[in-house]
Write a protein that binds this ligand. Structure first.
Ligand SMILES: [Ca+2]
Ligand SMILES: [Ca+2]
Ligand SMILES: [Ca+2]
Length: 475
């Protein structure tokens, strides 16, 4: 597609930022690469030939447009062994750039930013140094940002507590590790070689995770000590103790659609002989922590008279792969299909009055299912019944003040919670707690009066209107 058929070619840089058909990176190895959302191919650094044909560590950033077949020199120096310009940690600046380096690891995040960690470079004294600095390049602004790690080569790692993020955590200096991006966008790093990143020369099998939101590294797995052997366990069976042995140098890494990390082969390194040991073991790592969640029916009301309810849902996968699906069941046996997450969901309870439980489960991207979460609510669709009798059933009274004998029942339902009265069938008293007997004052003047009562149950069901009448006579 491009480039020379002749070895040891210098780069043709052209004009910074301008694509041109003659442009091409020089011959090199140990570059890192990314593919952006538009399909353009990005390349950074490595050890190779600069614009003058001299070899050294490079920090040039290139972009290849597959549609035009043109390279663009995007950033960095056209001359070998440029020093890094770190600027302020966490602050982008047009002048910032990693130094020339080879065998870094790289990631691309969901926003299209390019990330770079460590690798080998010359220090100021022309000695090869290995770094643990983390860099981010934002194509939209054209700026590099020094995100984490040291500006000095040869740093040891700070491991703190396994699995726990901490602001001072950092992998030690290294080159040629393996890298993955998980489905929640965190950057992962495994192993690599260092001349002193573990305080002595060797190869690691430590697994690290960088959370872009907090800027913290977590030591996730593996050893703080170099040159560890693998713990293979039983093939095909996950186990907490299992781990690939130390390795670097071309271990192949993939991320599967379920967020699993895969690792194949690579090179071990055996001091003091320096024997090179190549591996062909295939490993898979995935997070196994189930998500958590919650469900409430009708915002946790205790009773409803409508089988159509609203479920309120929350979920979390902590620092895991992230929750992606939920499903529901009335009976714990028949479940809906997994569906996209939503904070509320319309749901229909099983028919028939009584206590109704609704169950929810959540699933993370790695395929881990939560336990079953549930809430219950009482379904009461049956109105209460009742009665009223004035002055024990007397046909007349000389006093406007009468006594109402009241009775009510909600059967097996939620129970009567309120009653109200009316003398004309259109104007009603306020709802009040049910009580009997109840004193009641008939209006003047004398005549026949009908007193009406209505009962309400806890589900909001109204009873029929019940009444009794009495004749008020002048004393
Ligand atoms: Ca999880
Ligand atoms: Ca409830
Ligand atoms: Ca009822």
């Amino acid at each position: 597609m491009k480039g020379s058929s002749t070895k040891f070619q210098p780069g043709t840089y052209g004009t910074l930022g301008i694509p041109a058909s003659d442009n091409t990176p020089g011959a090199r190895y140990g570059s890192v690469s990314w593919t952006d959302a538009s399909g353009a191919l990005w390349l950074f650094g490595g050890f190779g030939y600069d614009s003058t044909g001299n070899s050294g560590f490079l920090n040039d950033l290139w972009k290849y447009d597959r549609a035009t077949g043109n390279w663009t020199w995007v950033k960095g120096s056209s001359i070998r062994n440029p020093s890094a310009v770190y600027g302020m940690e966490g602050t982008p600046d047009a002048a910032n750039a990693p130094g020339g380096r080879a065998a870094a690891v790289s990631w691309m995040d969901a926003s299209g930013a390019l990330w770079l960690f460590g690798g080998a470079s010359y220090d100021g004294a022309e000695n090869m140094g290995i770094f643990n600095d983390l860099w981010k390049y934002t194509p939209a602004t054209g700026n590099w940002t020094w995100m984490k790690g040291s500006s000095t080569a040869g740093q040891s790692g700070t491991y703190d507590t396994m699995g726990t993020p901490a602001s001072n955590n950092t992998p030690g200096a290294r080159l040629a590790g393996a890298a993955w991006t998980d489905l929640s966008g965190s950057l992962w790093l495994f192993g690599g070689y260092s001349n002193n990143g573990w305080e002595m020369e060797g190869v690691g099998n430590d697994l690290w995770k960088y959370d872009r939101a907090t800027g913290n590294w977590s030591w996730m797995k593996g050893s703080q000590t170099i040159n560890q052997s693998g713990t293979y366990g039983t093939m095909g069976t996950p186990a907490a103790d299992n781990t690939p042995g130390a390795r670097y140098g071309g271990a192949t890494a993939w991320t599967d659609p379920a967020g699993g990390f895969w690792l194949f082969g690579g090179e071990q390194w055996k001091p003091p002989s320096g024997d090179r040991l190549f591996c062909n073991d295939l490993w898979c790592w995935r997070e196994v922590v189930p998500p958590t969640g919650s469900i409430l029916i009708n915002n946790n009301r205790s009773v409803t008279n409508n089988p159509n309810v609203t479920l309120s849902l929350t979920w979390s996968d902590g620092t895991g792969s992230g929750v992606t699906r939920m499903k529901f069941s009335n009976d714990g046996a028949a479940w809906t299909a997994w569906e996209p997450l939503a904070a509320t969901k319309a749901w229909t309870l099983l028919a028939g009055d009584g206590y109704k439980t609704v169950r929810a489960m959540f699933r993370d991207r790695a395929g881990n299912n939560s336990i079953v979460y549930s809430d219950y609510i009482r379904l009461d669709t049956t109105p209460p019944t009742g009665s009223i009798i004035i002055n024990g059933g007397a046909s007349s009274t000389a006093s406007a003040s009468v006594s109402l004998g009241l009775a009510w029942s909600d059967g097996m339902g939620s129970g009567v919670t309120r009653m109200r009265f009316s003398i004309d069938g259109s104007h009603w008293s306020a709802w009040q707690p049910p009580a009997t007997p109840k004193s009641y004052t008939l209006p003047a003047p004398s005549g026949y009066y009908t007193v009406r009562v209505q009962y309400l149950d806890g589900g909001g069901n109204y009873s029929p209107v019940y009444n009794d009448y009495i004749k008020l006579v002048a004393p």
